[in-house]
Ligand binder design. Structure first.
Ligand code: SAM
Length: 280
């Protein structure tokens, strides 16, 4: 069977390299190269971009990214069993794929990619949220990446793009939408993966804005949002009382209603409150 890049089909790659999926590493592989190329296209034009991929596994998405013309891909994979399969891809695309056998949580990825940079990944479920939060909370803005195109469990994807007023709205929505745009670009059924996970998945596409939508100190906003949603069923004045002794006055000054709950507060409201909390 011919493939988009002349390399063997992924089923053969997995069989010949003995890559049985390991649950502990969140291994659910995409074997359809048309699908991985489609995911790569969600990230937009990659021809002038260095791409960070976390968890390439047998390389389905890596091959999609390279076939779609990515200038360079740096792929960080924890499972050393995948390295020979990834080396074959690197040989087919000379000078365009660098594979690091490492834990993505420990890698200083920024230094290894030249700007502009994009992140595209079918993330391992156990570190996906942690990585997303790190990417969304760099020391300064704009961040080192232009966009993040990431596969998540559908439920996590919905939390990232959620609007105020519902259960899905929380810290992830505020972090993702304060300084970036976030949308669900495509949904995937469990059967798209080998082995199929229990739940549906979705690809989220996040693009960094040049500047935050509303002024606020990132660290203060983070504290406010964390406290507000840690006790999301409580009224704001109770959930946030640890932040300032005169929290009710500060809520009023920010234009918020102290008896509202966190999920009713739009991002603009959290930013206004962060500015009030930051005052002496
Ligand atoms: N990209 C491949 C695909 O789409 O078929 C595999 C995706 S699979 C959901 C997640 C991959 O992340 C696995 O290959 C797994 O070994 C790898 N992984 C798990 N934890 C990791 C970590 N902390 N750092 C880097 N890679 C990790």
């Amino acid at each position: 069977m011919s493939t988009i890049d002349g390399l063997p089909p992924l089923r053969e790659v997995i069989a010949s390299h003995g890559l049985s999926a390991r649950k502990a590493l969140g291994q659910n592989f995409l074997l359809d190269l048309n699908l991985t190329a489609k995911i790569a296209r969600v990230a937009g034009d990659l021809s002038k971009v260095d791409v960070l991929e976390v968890g390439p596994g047998p390389g389905g998405l890596t091959r999609g990214l390279l076939a779609e013309g990515a200038r360079r891909v740096v792929a960080v994979e924890k499972d050393a069993r995948c390295l020979p399969a990834l080396a074959e891809i690197a040989a087919a695309y000379p000078g365009r794929l660098e594979v690091l056998n490492a834990d993505a949580l420990d890698v200083d990825w920024e230094a290894r990619l030249s700007p502009p940079r994009k992140v595209v990944a079918n993330l391992p479920y156990n570190v996906g949220t942690e990585l997303l939060v790190r990417w969304l909370t760099p020391a300064s803005w704009p961040p080192p990446w232009e966009s993040l195109t990431l596969m998540f469990q559908r439920e996590v994807a919905e939390r990232i793009v959620a609007q105020p007023g519902g259960k899905a709205y929380g810290r992830l929505a505020v972090l993702a939408q304060w300084r970036a745009t976030a949308k669900i670009a495509m949904g995937l059924p469990p059967e798209a993966f080998t082995p199929p996970p229990k739940v549906r998945s979705a690809v989220v596409h996040i693009e960094a804005l040049p500047a935050p939508r509303f002024e606020a100190d990132a660290e203060t906003l983070s504290r406010v949002v964390k406290a507000a949603f840690a006790q999301r069923r409580k009224m704001l004045r109770a959930a946030l009382k640890g932040l300032a002794p005169d929290i009710e006055d500060r809520l009023h000054a920010a234009g918020l209603t102290p008896t509202d709950r966190a999920e009713q507060v739009p991002i603009e409201g959290f930013c206004a409150l962060a500015r009030e909390i930051a005052k002496p």
